[in-house]
Design a protein around this ligand. Structure first.
Ligand SMILES: [Zn+2]
Ligand SMILES: [Zn+2]
Ligand SMILES: [Zn+2]
Length: 741
């Protein structure tokens, strides 16, 4: 028999191996891991297909060395999903399929390890024990509970990684309840039947308003088939309560529910919300802070069907779920749903694909849906249901623009802004100031000759920080000492230019000494715990000033905030990227949504040099939907996505000439196929032409629709793989990029 396997290497194809007669005793199927020779090494790969034919002559095929699983780890639908994703994003299949299980399961066990085949396994006596025996031995009880889940046994490493104590194992072994055995294949994973759980999950619902109830009713009617459902709810309208009711219904149908949320919202607070409402339902949680062994544990509960609610950031989408019944994407507009390296996928688009393959509905929730989603609703390809009322009588905030032209700014704040801040603080409320730039000052400038503190490795200025006192490049993380004498002219007139969150905080402490300030950005909230601590400080509800970047703008609820100040949007208004205004409109609406969420009516003040900008006027007067309608019309006229399809090829190299030569060659390949229907734009240097020492350039591909684009790209990439120049650069394809340059 021939095994077609996916190798975790940057190669866009599968490889064939022989199944030797010595291994034909065991069942072999797609989705199992096998160990194979790879050059002079051994690697772990996944079987994609089992067949009898190969394009390689039989005598050239090498036999596999071992079968590592008794049952497939991933089902055929998930394999099909990965094949689709690898094909659509033009990414190696081996690297794509590797996303379906945790890194520890892809790792090769060191050859020297003599313990590699030794498993700790419960004896028949051990299996028959009453767990009450261990009432007074909690460590042994822990070990027993885990081992009972793995009747085929666990390695010592696995047990220790799971927090089991060595002495507990020794004690159990002394009683002949536990034994060490030698096993030739990895035991199958625990397979706790999900239906051993109560059919009706324990759920404490909150009362729904009429709109919420209608949304829940509508979604329930579609739980048995695939359909994208757009939940369009203004901030504070109680989308989460709708999710929870739908989750409850899916649980009652014995299904697993997959919930995607942005990393920034994945705080203990969010998790508690789910746990407190579904007290007897096992929940698996995936986020970037998990250790390898924690990740393995979470994965096993999801893959076995034991965990019923699976919550995570975008990559959770690749988790094997035997009983998937519903997919929910919260904040479905969030740019963080797009992966920006390796497999550059949109988690929203892949969630729809996974829902389609599993024939389950996909709920997209947001207050500011992307233009693409809204177009699909207009075309009636997606269902849509709206929540327009804010919970608890809360009203949407009022908007006002502050024209900052020729105004004297103090600490980046105009006079009217400072007045409103003191008024709102005096009435006992909180104030939130949003600025999308951390650090103290954007950079240093020599007032005598115009020299600026640029990063040596990027086409970018270095940001000045006070704590720690240094220059810092936000693009390559380089740091440098702060200088006070100009490098170019020896002048001593070095000034700070541009305002960051750190500087604003300093000014606020001078202006409003009676009120505490809390700064939330990547420098103060460098991990989840730090963020959680800052949020806890905010929730004491005393008057104070919150100042922060995007981290503060997303997801979190601040019921005492009555004034939101948006300090600088002008950069977003001037961006050459056609998606910039869409993202800015989403951001402004989301930040504004933090105000007046409870009984306090809110005010949003926006500082700009462009008070007459039609986009700003429309967004503030008529709201996000009116903006989106107008923006869609513009995109249609300009022939831009979502009415057309775009991909880019980016190239990086120590020499810009090499990038241009490579991309010109790619463009020639495209030009030789005029029938493909693809037009190219560029090549051109990227907006930041140099980053971390590498020059960057980009070539844009546009086609009338996604199918044409895909066909063209497929043809093109097979030809690029023949180009000699491709080895001189680092290049990648980005399909449906969220930023072009
Ligand atoms: Zn100078
Ligand atoms: Zn910095
Ligand atoms: Zn840099």
């Amino acid at each position: 028999m021939i095994l077609h396997v996916a190798v975790p290497q940057p190669l866009r194809k599968t490889f064939d191996y022989l199944l030797p007669p010595t291994l034909t005793e065991q069942p072999i199927a797609p989705g199992m891991r096998v160990r194979v020779p790879w050059g002079k090494k051994e690697i772990i790969v996944v079987v994609m297909e089992v067949g009898f034919k190969s394009e390689v002559p039989l005598e050239k095929l090498r036999p596999i060395l071992a079968v590592l699983d008794k049952e497939p780890l991933i089902c055929k639908k998930l394999i099909a999903f990965c094949v689709w994703a690898a094909d659509y994003y033009h990414h190696p299949i081996g690297e794509t399929i590797a996303l379906t299980f945790p890194p520890v399961m892809r790792r090769q066990v060191p050859k020297s390890s003599s313990k590699k085949n030794i498993y700790w396994q419960l004896t028949p006596a051990g299996l028959a024990l009453d767990l009450n025996t261990f009432k007074r031995a909690p460590r042994q009880l822990e070990a027993m509970q885990l081992l009972l889940q793995y009747p085929q046994g666990c390695t010592l490493d696995n047990l220790l990684a799971a927090g089991i104590s060595r002495s507990a194992l020794t004690e159990l072994q002394k009683q002949d309840w536990l034994a060490q055995t030698i096993v030739t294949v990895t035991p199958a994973l625990p397979n706790n039947p999900y239906h051993s759980r109560p059919q009706h999950a324990n759920f404490s619902p909150l009362a729904l308003n009429e709109e919420q109830a209608a949304a829940v009713k509508m979604i329930k009617e579609h739980l048995d088939h695939f359909v994208p459902i757009v939940l369009d709810g203004v901030t504070g309208s109680g989308k989460t309560e709708v999710y929870l009711h739908c989750i409850h219904e899916a649980l009652n149908r014995s299904k697993q529910i997959l919930v995607l949320i942005p990393e920034i919202s994945l705080t203990p607070q969010t998790i508690k919300r789910f746990q407190s409402r579904f007290t007897d339902t096992p929940i698996a949680l995936f986020h970037s802070g998990l250790s390898d062994s924690e990740r393995l544990k979470q994965w096993q509960t999801a893959q076995s069907g034991q965990a019923r609610i699976i919550i995570g950031t975008r990559s959770v989408l690749f988790t094997p779920l035997p009983n998937l019944g519903l997919i929910i994407i919260d904040e479905a507009h969030d740019p963080s749903l797009k992966q920006q390296d390796n497999l550059r996928y949109s988690a929203r688009d892949l969630a729809l694909k996974r829902g389609q393959l599993a024939q389950v509905p996909v709920i997209l929730g947001s207050a500011t849906h992307t233009l693409d989603t809204l177009l699909q609703v207009k075309k009636e390809r997606f269902l849509s249901v709206s929540l327009t009322l804010r919970a608890g009588e809360a009203r949407l905030p009022d908007f006002q623009v502050i024209d900052v032209r020729r105004q004297k700014m103090l600490g980046g704040l105009a006079f009217a802004m400072r007045e409103e801040i003191s008024r709102h603080l005096a009435t006992g409320n909180q104030v939130l100031l949003f600025l999308n730039r951390r650090g103290f000052a954007a950079s240093l400038l020599c007032h005598d000759c115009g020299w600026t503190a640029d990063c040596e490795r990027c086409d970018a200025r270095m940001t000045l920080h006070r704590q720690p006192y240094q220059l810092h490049c936000h693009h390559c993380e380089a740091v440098a000492p702060v200088i006070r004498v100009c490098n170019a002219c020896n002048g001593e007139n070095i000034i700070n230019v541009g305002t960051g969150t750190e500087r604003i905080e300093q000014y606020l402490q001078e202006f409003f000494p009676a009120y505490p300030t809390i700064r939330v950005d990547r420098d103060t909230a460098h991990n989840k715990e730090a963020l959680e601590n800052l949020l806890a400080l905010i929730h004491d509800d005393k008057p104070k000033i919150l100042i922060g970047t995007q981290m503060l703008a997303k997801g979190h609820h601040f019921p005492k905030v009555s004034l939101v100040g948006i300090l600088n949007v002008d950069q977003g208004l001037c961006s050459p990227d056609f998606r910039a205004t869409e993202q800015l409109a989403q951001l402004i609406t989301q930040v504004a949504g933090r105000a007046g969420r409870a009984e306090t009516p809110g005010l949003v003040l926006l500082q700009t040099h462009y008070p007459d900008n039609p986009f700003i006027i429309q967004l503030l007067k008529e709201g996000y939907r009116a903006f989106a309608d107008a923006a869609l019309e513009e995109r249609a006229l300009a022939g831009l996505p979502p009415y057309t399809a775009i991909a880019v090829i980016r190239s990086e190299s120590p020499m810009q000439n090499t990038n241009m030569a490579f991309l010109n060659a790619v463009q020639d390949l495209a030009a030789n196929e005029p029938s493909s229907g693809i037009i190219t734009i560029g090549p051109m240097p990227a907006a930041m032409a140099r980053r971390a020492g590498y020059f960057r350039a980009v070539l844009i591909f546009q086609a009338a629709d996604k199918t044409l684009l895909q066909n063209g790209l497929r043809m093109l990439i097979s030809k690029i793989d023949q180009l000699k120049l491709r080895n001189k650069v680092r290049w990648h394809v980005d399909v449906d990029p969220i930023s072009m340059f």
